[in-house]
Ligand binder design. Structure first.
Ligand SMILES: Cc1cc2nc3c(=O)[nH]c(=O)nc-3n(C[C@H](O)[C@H](O)[C@H](O)COP(=O)(O)OP(=O)(O)OC[C@H]3O[C@@H](n4cnc5c(N)ncnc54)[C@H](O)[C@@H]3O)c2cc1C
Length: 449
């Protein structure tokens, strides 16, 4: 059998089939499983990429019935029962498709260049680079208006990812960078969280949304609800008729299913997800299962949410159905067990919705911490993340504050502008002699706005 995708869904199918009499091929276009719930911490310079990712080959190394192949699946030929890769084909008897989701800019793909989304390690590193670079640019800028634009950060979308990012960016500006600059006050950075719906965390109960908004405001985030973004460019975003100038815009608003679903030729929902049968198989193709973020599954009459526990449960359930079928047992419909959701807001606050139990603040944050450490794959990762968190909790320092990549190449490629009249990579000018009150390293001279 073939499993496409070594994310939460695919990996759990493979693991559950460890002792089954099947030969499994796990295909993924990346060599690593990524713990996406902590991706924002890489974007916010709190964790390193390798803390939250692990080679799929390593995770499944002891599983003798499983091979792992690196490759991008371009299409599924359900009639011939083969998956197509860029450089060949692979036949299957059972197929599990678990290729997840990607960003959706609601038909405005031109915004992607100016407002990166957060889905992969590359996305997180790009966001980290832009955020840290913005402070560097502001430090060297003389024109106060241009400087202000570098210190404005917009986050579009106040779901869990947007809320978590906004809280983390506020902490970077208010706590982490405090003493590191000479010409700017990092705490004056404006972090604006834009949400089209009437409240943040729209899928959470109302009282938790209110608590989240209060916690964000306390951290210094400017929360704007009913805020429909109508344009994004290199200079900021337009909300209704108002332009909010900003050099850094981050997209946390929409998701769309992996495009691979289209090649199945079966009904998709509006987000491009495969409308699956109760046993998570594809209509007309009982040998193909679609799970995780790519599946539009229902349980107890309600849609199953696109979150990690749902993908994990669907993966395990699919494996059980396959084992059962090999023993002549009829398939069982999928039933989702909702264990609740938690969103964290900064270093020591969170909101938790665990069914009848709803709570906020430090205790919610502790629960979030325990859950994430528990689900993180690999003992090394758990230990490293715990140490990083403990360190940053005690010191407000962020261990991964590196600007990697070539800033000048990014400026050129991504439509970002250098400070006016300044060549990136140029050394700061020395202080003018004899000026007692001149700053030691004044910003480079600007040649205009
Ligand atoms: C920033 C962020 C934060 C999140 N926070 C939370 C949270 O706090 N709690 C929570 O429960 N959920 C959270 N989620 C959602 C959760 O991560 C997803 O629901 C979960 O990852 C879905 O699992 P999956 O197996 O369907 O897909 P994924 O985990 O996305 O895995 C898909 C895999 O398929 C591979 N792939 C894709 N296309 C191809 C192809 N054509 N060929 C080969 N391989 C391919 C990918 O490389 C990837 O490894 C978050 C998601 C994001 C992006």
């Amino acid at each position: 059998m073939v499993i496409i995708g070594g994310g939460f869904g695919g990996l759990n199918v493979a693991k559950k089939l460890k002792s089954a009499a099947v030969q499994i091929t796990v295909l993924d276009r990346r060599n690593h499983h990524l713990f996406q719930p902590l991706l924002y911490q890489v974007a916010a310079a709190a964790l390193n990429p390798s803390d939250i990712a692990m080679p799929i080959r390593r995770i499944l190394r002891r599983q003798k019935n499983t091979e792992v192949l690196l490759g991008e699946v371009t299409a599924i030929d359900a009639t011939r029962r083969v998956v197509r890769l860029e450089d060949g084909e692979l036949p299957y008897d059972y197929l599990v498709v678990a290729t997840g989701a990607t960003h959706s800019y609601f038909g405005n793909d031109q915004w992607a260049r100016f407002a990166p989304g957060l889905k992969t390690i590359e996305d997180a590193l790009l966001i980290r680079r832009r955020v840290l670079l913005a402070y560097e640019m502001a430090e060297r800028e003389q024109d106060p208006e241009v400087q202000r634009r570098w210190l404005n950060f917009l986050i579009v979308g106040a779901g869990p990812t947007g809320v978590e990012l906004a809280g983390a960016l506020a902490e970077i500006s208010r706590q982490t960078l405090g003493m590191d600059f000479r010409h700017i006050d990092p705490a004056s950075a404006r972090i604006v969280l834009l949400e089209g719906a009437p409240r943040v965390l729209p899928t959470y109960p109302e009282d938790l949304s209110e608590a989240a908004e209060r916690q964000l405001t306390k951290l210094g985030v400017e929360v704007r609800t009913h805020a429909q973004v109508t344009a994004i460019d290199a200079d900021g975003a337009v909300v209704g008729s108002e332009r909010i100038p900003a050099r850094t815009v981050i997209w946390a608003a929409g998701v769309a299913a992996s495009p691979l679903a289209r090649s199945l030729g079966v009904p998709l929902d509006r987000a491009g997800r495969v409308v699956v049968e109760p046993d998570l198989s594809v209509p007309g193709h009982p040998e193909i299962f679609v799970i995780g973020d790519l599946a539009a599954a229902r349980s107890g009459g309600k849609p199953v949410p696109g979150i990690a526990p749902a993908a994990i449960q669907e993966g395990k359930h699919t494996a059980k159905n396959i084992i059962g079928e090999m023993r002549g047992i009829a398939r069982v419909p999928f039933h989702y067990r909702d264990k609740g959701s938690i969103a964290t807001i900064g270093r020591a606050a969170a909101v938790a919705d665990l069914g009848r139990l709803k709570f906020t603040g430090f205790f919610a944050w502790l629960t979030w911490l325990v859950v994430h450490i528990f689900f993180l794959i690999g003992f090394r990762n758990r230990l490293l993340v715990l140490i990083e968190w403990a360190w940053s909790y005690l010191t407000t320092e962020r261990g991964a504050r590196l600007i990697t990549g070539l800033p000048s190449a990014e400026v050129e490629a991504e439509g970002l502008c250098a400070p006016t009249g300044v060549e990136l990579g140029q050394a700061p000018a020395p202080a003018p002699a004899g000026q007692a009150d001149a700053p030691k390293n004044p910003p480079l001279k600007s040649t205009g706005g």
